[in-house]
Write a protein of this length. Structure first.
Length: 298
């Protein structure tokens, strides 16, 4: 397993790319007039959970990869002058405090359009000017990760600082489900950090090299842009990020991290509903009532 030498200095990781251009067809008709990333878990939208997770990791520059009809995502992080002024005049300071996480420092949020739905790799390539020559994190807001301590992407940043290379968050999946995910071919494994020898996009169970799947959290070196710039199409006729990452293996350190936390697939209705329950039960103001009404249904 490749671990950087103590004298090698890695660039601080301060940038995050959030691909949010998807159509959200699994949540129609709700997403007909609103981005799926604005769907709330309790009282915060999915996009807020992703931004908060990145902030906890020390990231302070954000780029949204958007599409048509997604401007409300940018508006959400803007200053709501009329609302804030009204709350302040009415002395509702506690309500005003609730809005603070939805503010991002001026100049720290940018957005670019993915004008065609050509895949996750294409979306990341659209952020090439923002990324520049810096390492960056990718957070897919559909994946909400509930951690008791250090956030999932924060754990990836720690692993990046340790190894000096690419790190992806991984979790074990049933063998029969490998065809749904990007799967790792692994080398050295210390039980938490695994060396990545290869990446296979959605392999059949009998062809899968392991049952470790990539979830929507990545820390990547900017070298991935060299491969994405070729815009080579892979599975599904799309530009696959997995294909570009695979080409970096052997040239740069590459690891998978078994993160601490629980992942909820909020791009799926069942995962979204489960997240609602899990996060509401964590709230002191809601947990007793939620426990009580659940008794009616289970």
């Amino acid at each position: 397993m490749q671990i950087r030498g103590e004298l090698n200095v890695v660039k601080p990781l301060k940038k995050a790319v959030l691909p949010v251009a998807g159509l959200g067809t699994r949540f129609l008709p709700a997403t007909k007039a609103m981005p799926k990333e604005m769907l709330p878990i309790v009282d915060r939208p999915l996009i807020q959970y992703a931004i908060d997770e990145a902030r906890e990791a020390g990231i302070d520059q954000f780029c949204l990869i958007t599409g048509r009809g997604k401007d409300s995502l940018i508006d959400y992080f803007d200053v709501a002058f009329e609302l804030e002024t009204t709350l302040r005049e009415r002395g509702r300071l506690s309500t005003l405090d609730i809005l603070k996480p939805s503010s991002i420092e001026a100049g720290s949020l940018s957005a670019v359009r993915q004008q065609e739905p050509l895949g996750l790799g294409h979306a990341i390539w659209c952020a090439r000017t923002f990324i520049g020559d810096d390492p960056f994190a990718i957070l897919l807001p559909d994946d909400v990760v509930k951690s008791g301590g250090r956030s999932c992407v924060g754990q990836l940043v720690d692993a990046y600082n340790q190894t000096g290379g690419n790190v992806v968050a991984v979790s074990e999946v049933p063998n029969e489900h490998t065809h749904r995910y990007g799967i790792l071919d692994i080398g050295a494994d210390d039980g938490r950090l695994v060396e990545v020898k290869g990446l296979v996009e959605k392999p059949k169970p009998e062809e899968a090299p392991s049952n470790l799947s990539i979830i929507g959290r990545y820390v990547l070196l900017p070298n991935v842009l060299e491969h994405l710039s070729k815009l080579e199409k892979g599975a599904g006729g799309e530009v696959q990020l997995t294909d570009a990452m695979a080409k970096m293996i052997g040239h740069h350190p590459f690891h998978g991290l078994r993160y601490d936390g629980t992942r909820y697939d909020c791009g799926d209705k069942i995962g979204f509903l489960e997240a609602q329950i899990a996060f509401s039960l964590d709230r002191e103001d809601l947990a007793p009532a939620v426990h009580e009404f659940l008794k009616k249904y289970v």
